[in-house]
Design a binder for this molecule. Structure first.
Ligand code: S3P
Length: 174
């Protein structure tokens, strides 16, 4: 399907932005871009190494630059990082240049997804197993201020692709 906007997927770590983004792009027959992968290609470092060697503020600076570099493109699906909408003017840029979809999960659902992968995630690797739910609940409550401004909010734990696709098609037609 030809469309002239960018579809941005936003949401907490573990919400399925990359998996859902790839599937959506394949259904829409368009290009898929993973923002973290672009950041890794640009810096030559993986995300955990960027955090440990250069610090989070450097990561946020590159994240905003890479996002800006995509703003001129159209007909693409972009999966962002969990923090992307919550820094600088990233959310404003996404709202102005595309369709922003928040993939919503409860803290308990996120905990079940993130428990085994937390050691690979810079923000979670020092959080004890028994503190993970509390950490997620707090961070999600902070971040929902941004996430909830998305043009579309979808409960994404057990996603209904037919429903998602029909809503997206409806919105990108206009
Ligand atoms: C982050 C989420 C990560 C990655 C980085 C920071 C965050 O992406 O961008 O570790 O601040 O929530 P995912 O949401 O794809 O895990």
């Amino acid at each position: 399907m030809q469309f002239d906007t960018t579809i941005y997927l936003i949401g907490f770590m573990g919400s399925g932005k990359t998996t859902i983004g790839k599937k959506l792009a394949s259904k829409l027959r368009c290009r898929f871009i993973d923002l973290d992968e672009k950041i890794e290609a640009q810096t030559g470092l993986n995300v955990p190494d960027i955090f440990s060697e250069k610090g989070e503020s450097y990561f946020r600076k590159v994240e905003s630059e890479v996002l800006k570099s995509l703003a001129g493109e159209s007909g693409i699906v972009v999966s962002t990082g969990g923090g992307t909408p919550c820094f600088g003017s990233n959310l404003k840029l996404m709202l102005e240049t595309g369709l922003t979809i928040y993939l919503r999960l409860t803290p308990e659902q996120l905990e079940s997804r993130l428990m085994s992968s937390r050691s690979q995630r810079p923000l979670l690797k020092n959080v004890d197993k028994d503190k993970l739910l509390g950490y997620i609940s707090g961070k999600l409550a902070e971040r929902e201020k941004w996430y909830n401004q998305a043009s579309m909010i979808i409960d994404a734990y057990d996603i209904d692709y037919t429903f998602l696709l029909s809503r997206v098609r409806e919105l990108i037609k206009h």
